[in-house]
Design a protein around this ligand. Structure first.
Ligand SMILES: Cc1ncc(COP(=O)(O)O)c(C=O)c1O
Length: 366
């Protein structure tokens, strides 16, 4: 029986993608498993990434990192986005490394027990998001050096994040990052791990690989580039989203389909109902354009994607309730890709996989 709705996650693909990127870059891989591992299921992905050779994991929030600890992950963990006023005792207690973006966060880390708190200084080299701002850098470096000397903190890393605006822009950020490393050294700060590049920079800018690369989208086998596919990069998509046909109906020519009758059947035809909608993360913007396979044959969403379902016009094909629908998976198996859906919806593949909702059970396969 085909599953009603299901996302299968290939743990082999995850581990292979890490192996591939580790070999390509020749440096340590930090597996980025924030946002429930980009929708793939954080604990299982974390284990697979470590099995593939990742030596550290990264999350946005400490809550995400703490959940991984509770799930039994003992590998080094780094979290870098904190709510104002956050205290770090629980993180230090759990042995989680704290990304520090401001003087306030540095002070909170220095006050956490048991000391020393292990930290990575996050510097803004041009992205203008979080990270220590350029005007604050000298003051924060001086204080961090003092706190390390008195044993309140341990500075494990210094990191930053690239914009991906262009290779030239990223190289400019790398130059700024190198200046920060020199400035830190002048204060006596010598981090073990310098890290700057995420997937795109790790692949395209060898000089940005430094001591480690933070791999998110590549871990999941998806390409961060508009002009190169997963297989061009030697990566294998880990998630396959499938469902079974929930209803089949024969309708006469001229029938309207779904809200607003945005699609009308040109001739007598068969409509198959797929039990996935925008509440499950299927982007409504892909109404009329999203690609699917029904029983292995390619079709396009007919009309509006609704909250819980969408319709496919399968013509005169013999489709029955329970037949298999693949929404996206591995394009080398002739399945639509998450990137195809991103293109159909005018977004990026990151958004397609991270938005697959809780109503869709994840099943890991290896
Ligand atoms: C700080 C940081 N590092 C690494 C990543 C991973 O990026 P990517 O998924 O492009 O590899 C992210 C994701 O947004 C990030 O915020």
């Amino acid at each position: 029986m085909n599953p009603f709705r299901e996302a299968t996650i290939s743990l082999d693909a995850i581990a292979d993608n890490v192996r591939h990127l580790r070999a390509l870059t020749g440096v340590a891989v930090i597996g980025v498993v924030k946002a429930n591992a980009y929708g793939h299921g954080a604990p299982a992905v974390a284990i697979a990434a470590l099995a593939g050779g990742a030596t550290r994991l990264g999350t946005a929030t400490l809550d995400e990192a703490l959940a991984l600890r509770r799930a039994g992950i003992t590998a080094p963990l780094l979290a870098w986005l904190h709510e104002p006023g956050r205290r770090f005792d629980d993180a230090v207690e759990a042995g989680i490394e704290i990304g520090i973006s401001s003087m306030e966060q540095l002070m909170a880390a220095s006050e956490a027990t048991p000391a020393p708190a292990s930290i990575h200084l996050k510097v803004d080299t041009g992205l203008s998001r979080n990270g220590i701002a350029a005007h604050d850098l000298e003051r924060v470096l001086a204080e961090a050096a003092r706190l390390e000397r008195i044993g309140r903190i341990r500075i494990v890393g210094i990191f930053s994040h690239l914009s991906g605006a262009s290779i030239a822009d990223d190289r400019e950020q790398l130059t700024r990052y190198e200046a920060v490393i020199e400035q830190a050294a002048s204060f006596g700060i010598h981090p073990e791990i310098r890290h700057l590049a995420a997937t795109a920079g790790a692949i395209d800018i060898p000089e940005a690989r430094l001591d480690a690369v933070r791999i998110g989208i590549g871990l999941y086998g998806l390409s961060p580039f508009a002009d190169r596919s997963s297989s061009d990069l030697g990566l294998r998509p880990a998630m396959t989203l499938r469902a079974s046909v929930a209803a089949v109906r024969r309708v006469p020519a001229g029938s309207g389909v779904s809200y607003d009758y945005a699609y009308r059947c040109e001739k007598d035809t068969t409509l198959a109902l797929v039990p996935l909608g925008y509440a499950d993360g299927i982007p409504r913007q892909a109404s009329g354009t999203g690609p699917v396979l029904v029983n292995g044959r390619p079709h396009t969403v007919a009309g509006r994607i609704a909250m819980d379902q969408f319709v496919v016009d399968v013509g005169d094909e013999p489709v029955e309730v329970g037949d298999e629908v693949i929404v996206f998976g591995d394009p080398t198996l002739r399945q639509p890709s998450a990137t195809d859906w991103a293109d159909a919806a005018g977004t990026i593949n990151y958004e397609i996989v991270t938005r697959i909702g809780d109503r869709v059970p994840r099943r890991t396969v290896s």
